[in-house]
Design a protein around this ligand. Structure first.
Ligand code: AMP
Length: 111
């Protein structure tokens, strides 16, 4: 846990968020500034700055959590999962998070 980290504080429950899923390894909550009708962030409870530092043993639990969120939200037919690494890629919070987006058409390549 990093006391300065907003997502650690959300995982601990000391900063409020609209939590929609949690298990031993992960927690998922609605993005405060949604970019699609469904925009959920899936994070590890452990403070990991980005996917580049993700320990192997958390890879499967996080994918499991993403799939659980997708099923729970009823979006399995069409959705996008994104994780940004580094400011140039758009990362603004340095606690690993997967954006799970759905409910509209997405363009490719991403901006
Ligand atoms: P990124 O720019 O990829 O690091 O994504 C960070 C995301 O966190 C953005 O989509 C923000 O809207 C979102 N965010 C920041 N603070 C909060 C918060 N307190 N609760 C929910 N989402 C947040």
């Amino acid at each position: 846990m990093s006391e300065q980290c907003i997502f650690c504080n959300i995982a601990q429950g000391s900063i409020p968020a609209q939590v929609i899923y949690q298990d031993e390894a992960a927690i998922a909550f609605r993005d405060i500034n949604p970019q699609a009708p469904v925009h959920v962030l899936v994070i590890p409870r452990l403070h990991v700055p980005s996917i580049a530092e993700l320990p192997d043993q958390l890879c499967h639990p996080l994918l499991h959590a993403i799939n659980a969120v997708v099923r729970q939200e009823g979006i399995a037919a069409s959705y996008r999962v994104v994780t940004n690494v580094g400011p140039a890629a758009g990362q603004s919070v340095f606690h690993l998070h997967f954006h799970v987006l759905s409910g509209r058409t997405f363009s490719w390549p991403p901006g």
